[in-house]
Design a protein around this ligand. Structure first.
Ligand SMILES: [Zn+2]
Length: 76
């Protein structure tokens, strides 16, 4: 089963490596060097990386909504 690895949440690059440590694996972005959480295996490392990606996407959407509200408030 192939796991889908999301793009880097910081620079949107898809050039990602899964780096194996002594007892852990983590996802590392080749472009901006962002690192995912260290996990016991590659699948968990991918899941942790994807979680950061989705959380950042979500918080960016919320920030955009707040900005729209503030701009709207200024106009009124
Ligand atoms: Zn990156």
């Amino acid at each position: 089963m192939k796991r889908i690895l999301e793009a880097c949440p910081f620079c949107a690059s898809q050039q990602l490596n899964i780096v194996q440590g002594l007892l852990t694996q983590r996802v590392v972005c080749k472009v901006c060097n962002a690192q995912g959480r260290r996990e016991k295996d590659a699948l968990q490392a991918v899941n942790a990386w994807n979680r950061v990606y989705h959380e950042l996407q979500l918080s960016r959407r919320i920030e955009t909504r707040q900005m729209v509200r503030e701009v709207g408030g200024l106009r009124n």
